[in-house]
Design a protein around this ligand. Structure first.
Ligand code: FCB
Length: 474
């Protein structure tokens, strides 16, 4: 296996006490869908609907982490990580999304938290990573205001029962994806193509976040934040023409501002396209005050930027797409010269630098955590029984370098969680896309740490980025 030498010049070191972690989500790894009194979630329904997930894959078994959590915690410990980000499955705690708690669900998370505690690994717990109880969806899901209240109730139950073992709470993971992919495009659960439901979902998720922050504070929670997927918007060429600059502002509002604005500043952004904004009738007096409740940190998930350039939406060229800003003369574009992962996502570490620096300016002093960053790769077990994921090592190396530079330039970055600990159920792509630093043979559930796991453990141990040899394979 290709080895890396540790750097000793300290040039790319991280601050003392920097949090190093790995992230997962309940539906993607737990399996045991029908075990322990768990109720169905929208992702069970969606994945069991023919044609929704590639190859008909479901999360029924996934990585079976529900039964194998001890082994998975041992992997985290072997990597030397100081924190584990995982999510609690709401329908394991409240199978129908309301009312009495399912004790067996709580027992599972308590056992997982205790195991982490034995290894001195701090728990970073996401309360909603997309697996809404199906019964709540049947009553309107996040398009219904009541779901925000139900989420606050679930949060209070979880905080009460587990709070003494949790270091850091994340209310929501990527609400933008729930609204856009789940309700507007329909390529995620619950699979709606309903613009009105999508914009109502945006507001009720944000309200649910604010109410959950309140519930967590009332329960004496240690640290509270939210995780947003943030997408720096980069303009190519065009000499900053008026149209492109306006396009940048609108795109940034559509992708980022609709969530960042209310959470940080208590207002929806002025440049947001009106059809994405929740209608005024849905925004009750005081909602935005609830939503902008002070936070202890912001979680940033970073994968790819959005690129804009001058073009004609009616006459698209190769690698061009219609722009979400909908301005004539502006198109979105995937630059030819940048590598792409098997997801088709452009690899651009400078986007991570940009977003960390920008958000730190918007929210001075607020600690940031990269709560997800990583890539899919075409991983395989070689005849030596090893998984030599050179692409992921390069990806992590360049993105960690960008994070270190952002800190030097003033970003208040307090930690980094790689996505993901394990290969897992990658939503609409099923098991085809592997994001883990640990390979999972889904047929046998055997775990094999990849070369990237050794690389990452090296970074964690040194609290610095080792030098990547100039001849590192492509
Ligand atoms: C993010 C999700 C996470 C995972 C990565 C690849 O949008 O939060 O669950 O699927 O993408």
């Amino acid at each position: 296996m290709t080895q890396l030498a540790a750097s000793d010049d300290g040039a790319l070191g991280f601050p003392e006490g920097f949090t190093w972690g790995a992230a997962t989500a309940a539906y993607q790894i737990e399996g045991a869908a029908g075990a322990g009194g768990r109720g169905p979630s929208v992702w069970d329904t969606f994945s069991h609907t023919p044609g929704k997930v590639r190859g008909g894959d479901t999360g029924d078994i996934a990585c079976d982490s529900y039964h194998r959590y001890r082994e998975d915690v041992a992997l985290l410990a072997a990597l030397g990580l100081s924190s584990y980000r995982f999510s609690i499955s709401w329908p394991r705690i409240q199978p129908g999304g309301r009312g009495a708690v399912n004790q067996r669900g709580l027992d599972y998370y308590r056992a997982l938290l205790d195991k982490l505690g034995e290894h001195g690994i701090a728990a970073t717990v996401t309360l909603f990573h997309w697996d809404l109880p199906q019964e709540l969806q049947d009553e309107g899901g996040w398009a219904a205001r009541d779901t925000a209240e139900r989420f606050a109730e679930f949060t209070a139950l979880a905080a009460e029962a587990l709070g003494d073992r949790v270091a850091r709470w994340i209310t929501l993971n990527e609400p933008q994806v729930v609204s856009t992919n789940g309700c507007r495009n329909g390529d995620h659960a619950p699979g709606l193509r309903d613009a009105a439901a999508a914009s109502a979902t945006t507001h009720h998720l944000l309200l649910g976040h604010g109410l959950a922050v309140r519930a967590l504070r009332a329960a004496g929670a240690a640290e509270v934040g939210i995780t947003l997927d943030l997408h720096p918007v980069r303009v190519l060429g065009g000499n900053g023409s008026g149209e492109l600059e306006l396009g940048r502002l609108i795109t940034d509002a559509a992708a980022n501002g609709i969530y960042l604005g209310p959470v940080l500043h208590g207002r929806y952004p002025e440049h947001a396209p009106p059809d994405l904004l929740p209608p005024a009738a849905l925004i009750a007096d005081g909602d935005l005050d609830v939503i902008r409740a002070p936070l202890d940190f912001l979680g940033v998930n970073y994968y790819s930027p959005i690129f804009l350039r001058a073009g004609d939406a009616a006459d698209l060229r190769r690698n061009e797409n219609p722009a979400r800003c909908q301005l004539p003369g502006v198109v979105e574009y995937l630059p030819d010269d940048l590598e792409r992962t098997p997801m088709g996502w452009v690899v651009d570490p400078s986007g991570l630098y940009q977003i960390l620096v920008e958000v730190s300016k918007q929210a001075p002093g607020l600690p940031l955590f990269v709560t997800e960053n990583g890539c899919a790769a075409e991983d395989y077990v070689n005849p030596d029984g090893e998984v030599n994921d050179v692409e992921r090592v390069r990806y992590l190396h360049t993105h960690l370098e960008a994070a270190a530079r952002a800190i030097k330039d003033g970003a208040s970055l307090a930690g980094y969680f790689v996505w993901s600990l394990l290969d897992n159920f990658e939503w609409g792509w099923g098991y085809q896309k592997r994001f883990g630093i640990v390979f999972v043979d889904f047929g046998t559930q055997r775990r094999i740490p990849k070369a990237s796991a050794a690389f990452y453990a090296n970074v964690v141990r040194a609290n610095a980025i080792p030098l990547l040899p100039a001849n590192w394979p492509r």
